[in-house]
Write a protein that binds this ligand. Structure first.
Ligand SMILES: NC(=O)c1ccc[n+]([C@@H]2O[C@H](COP(=O)([O-])OP(=O)(O)OC[C@H]3O[C@@H](n4cnc5c(N)ncnc54)[C@H](O)[C@@H]3O)[C@@H](O)[C@H]2O)c1
Ligand SMILES: C[C@@H](O)[C@H](N)C(=O)O
Length: 367
């Protein structure tokens, strides 16, 4: 849709209110304090309980990647299984298909997306579809088109877009990188994320779109595979350490990057979505947990698996990307505005990941 027509359309929709008459979500009160996998079924959340009509109706796009399934499980505990729809262009494995609503949606197909929003009374959209940094560089024309957000304005949705450390570049201050600074990323992934940040903020300030965005560090998860990023080594190392006792790393030993365990990431995402609008002094926040190098991560793994060995075979494309990214993020605004606080540092991360991968036996043998 040409830009001018789109804006006319958007203004029209805003004057009319949500086109579908679907519920705009009531602002829920405060946040969760625990990690998702630690939440018992009868958990007592620190916020007002939701009546069925107050609960947001959630759509997650690009939901079958590293983070989407975990997010859906997390949100389903909070809002009910049927209120959270996972979507992707890939076919879900059976266990995911059985676990709750899961549908096909190509975010490049605007009409299809709009139909899903209208037919399901969607009120919150988590826009997760993307091509990560390394894969995006190999597929620039596709990566450019994947980030679209207009449907959120058209239907009065609360919109979450995950941004990334990749939204910064070599000319940004790197240690720590503040929320507001020069952003000249050198990957198509980063460029598309800066575009999404700016579009979301523009529509927020111009048309009142309830846009919320976090810049995630590299996310480390145990039960899902990363989708082609520069920080993937920090996930793969655990699989290989447990299976083979060794790992070949594609970044230099001294490459320090910001990282976060998935539980912290998902909790932050829900916390910022539930934060009262008046507590948000900005709409795009950095969140930070830990920073480490491959060498430091290997040393920590070594404490659990003494025979573990790491070797290095540097991938120049990934290394160039990593060298232009932040070493750590300044997340003081998130900590101040909506009380963000991470739970996992490097030792807890490594213990949790190795336990998940069933290394108990090896640890016991080593001791
Ligand atoms: N994983 C991380 O470390 C990390 C860090 C920072 C930000 N993020 C952001 O979080 C979000 C989720 O990340 P992830 O690691 O799960 O990504 P991923 O690459 O693992 O998954 C992305 C999903 O998007 C889907 N997709 C691609 N094109 C699509 C299209 N046209 N329509 C619908 N779906 C499409 C893919 O099939 C895939 O399942 C992304 O936006 C990513 O940029 C992730
Ligand atoms: C950092 C992040 O956005 C992603 N994991 C990548 O490496 O591309």
């Amino acid at each position: 849709m040409p830009a001018v027509r789109m804006l006319q359309h958007v203004v029209g929709q805003l004057l009319l209110g949500p086109a579908c008459g679907c519920r705009t979500s009531a602002l829920p009160a405060r946040s969760l304090g625990a990690s998702p996998w630690q939440i018992p079924a009868n958990a007592n959340f620190h916020s007002a309980s939701f009546s069925e009509t107050d609960r947001p109706r959630v759509l997650i796009t690009g939901g079958l990647g590293q983070l989407g399934v975990g997010l859906a499980n997390f949100l389903r505990k909070r809002f009910g299984k049927d209120n959270v729809i996972l979507s992707d262009i890939r076919k879900p494995p059976d266990h995911i298909f059985q676990s709750g609503p899961c549908i096909y949606s190509d975010i490049l197909d605007y009409k299809n997306l709009r139909e899903i929003v209208v037919n399901n009374g969607i009120t919150w959209l988590f826009h997760y579809s993307a091509l990560l940094s390394a894969v995006g560089e190999a597929n620039v024309s596709l990566a450019k088109a994947v980030n679209i957000t207009d449907v959120a304005v058209e239907h009065g949705l609360r919109l979450f877009v995950p941004s990334t450390i990749g939204a910064f570049g070599p000319t940004s201050p790197r240690d720590p990188t503040p929320d507001l600074c020069v952003q000249r990323p050198r990957t198509i992934y980063g460029v598309s994320k800066v575009h999404a940040e700016l579009m979301g903020e523009y529509y927020h300030y111009r048309y009142g779109l309830d846009f919320r965005c976090l810049r995630y560090p590299g996310i480390i998860s145990a039960d899902s595979q990363p989708g082609g990023g520069t920080t993937d080594y920090a996930v793969q190392i655990f699989h290989d350490a447990v299976k083979n006792g060794k790992f070949e790393c594609n970044l230099k030993p001294s490459t320090r990057l910001p990282m976060m365990y998935i539980d912290d990431c998902l909790r932050a995402t829900l916390e910022v979505m539930e934060a009262p609008a008046e507590s948000l002094s900005m709409r795009t926040y950095n969140i930070n947990a830990m920073s480490f190098t491959p060498e430091e991560l290997a040393q920590e793994v070594h404490k659990h698996i003494p025979e573990f060995q790491i070797t290095y075979n540097v991938d120049s494309a990934r290394q160039a990307i990593a060298d232009g990214w932040p070493v750590s993020l300044d997340d003081s605004n998130a900590r101040k505005d909506w009380k963000w606080k991470h739970d996992f540092d490097l030792p807890e991360l490594v213990t949790t990941m190795l336990n998940f991968h069933g290394s108990d036996t090896r640890i016991a043998q080593a001791n």
